[in-house]
Structures are given as C-alpha cells and as structure tokens.
Design a protein around this ligand. Sequence first.
Ligand SMILES: [Zn+2]
Ligand SMILES: [Zn+2]
Length: 219
Amino acid sequence: MADIKALLAESAARHSHLCPRQVLGVRAGLLGLAIFGYQAPLDNKQIIAIAETDGCFVDGLEVATRLTVGHRTLRIEDYGKIAVTFVHATNGDAYRVSPRPDVRQTAWEYASEESEQYAAQLHAYRVMPDSALLYICRVELVTPVEKIISTPGIRTICDSCGEEIINERSVSRNGLNLCRSCSGESYYHIRPDEQSEYFSLLTNSANTHTDAPPDNSLP
Ligand SMILES: [Zn+2]
Ligand SMILES: [Zn+2]
C-alpha cells in the first residue's frame, strides 16, 4: 500500500504548497498503476499516462507514478480537464481516470470536521475510497500506442524548413516530408517583421556564447 502522506509531502515540496488537485493527481496515479497491477516505481516503460491538463494535478500524478515527460512515459494533451488516461505500452489497453462529477459535494461526507470547501476537499480526497472519488472508463486511443511511442532513433529532415524531426513526428503532404509546423499545425507564427537573431537582447555578456575561449583561460 502506497504511503499517500509521503507522496503528498513530495508533491507539495516541488509545488510549494499542497492543494486538492495534487491529491487527485496522487490518487489517480495510484489507481492507474493498480488497474494494470503495478506499483511505482515501474522498472521499465510498461505504462504511459496521458494527462488532460498541466499544473497541480500533474505534480501529484508524477510523484505517485514516476511517469515523466523526460522518460516519454507522460504526455500532456491539454484539454483543461482533470483526467488522465493510462495506456499499456505493449497491448494498448487504455483506461481513463477522472474525478466523479459530484466529488466536491461528496467530499463533505468525509470531512465533517471541516467548515471550508478547500480544506474539506484537501482532507476528503486523501481518505475517500477510490470508487467514491474517481471514475474509470475503458477507452480506445485514436492514435495507436505504438505510434505514440514511435521508433526511437529515427531522424528525418523537414523538406520545408530544414529542421530535424525526431520520434517519427513528420507529416507527409503532397509528396513532401514536413514537420508539423510546416504542415499547417503550428502553434506559432513567425512575426512578419522578423529580421535577425536576438542575441542582442542578452545584455549580460556571461550569457552570450562565443566560440572564443574566455580571456582568463589563455595561458
Ligand atoms: Zn496547486
Ligand atoms: Zn518544417
């Protein structure tokens, strides 16, 4: 049985405070691993979590599961929702875990000594049974799990911008191999007045990289 208190302390330390969403993240994380019969830390990449928000919830999720963006075992699809789907990396089985819609009200039943909603949630979300707190729904991924994981080591060059694309994230359009930006899915536009690089914005010369060694390194 996981030590929820220790996990919450770890989440709070990285987050600078403890809030109900971190508790939900810890509880959802523990439940997600349990669905597949695992406990953290996982010894390889059997499980991938896809969180539907960033922020506090994800801090709790990470400490409970040890799934991370850096290990490519945690992904964010930002729908602005407190929910996470756990996917088995080998067979693609997927379960979406979310708080029950009435959870804020139910929390009062588990925190009778609290008078404020925030404190009631903070307490109740730790102690409520999984079945009162969370909802599990079996789902099927639109993008197959092997495509999400992709083939490590594959690199291609975008035919439009010339930048390197890793993890098979290129897109085929009209016979061209394009990065997502050049294919029209970009999250940014280059400003029309763009003229040059912006190293002149760095006023602190210590931040400015030059190929020459600093003077004090000369003999
Ligand atoms: Zn928070
Ligand atoms: Zn490109």
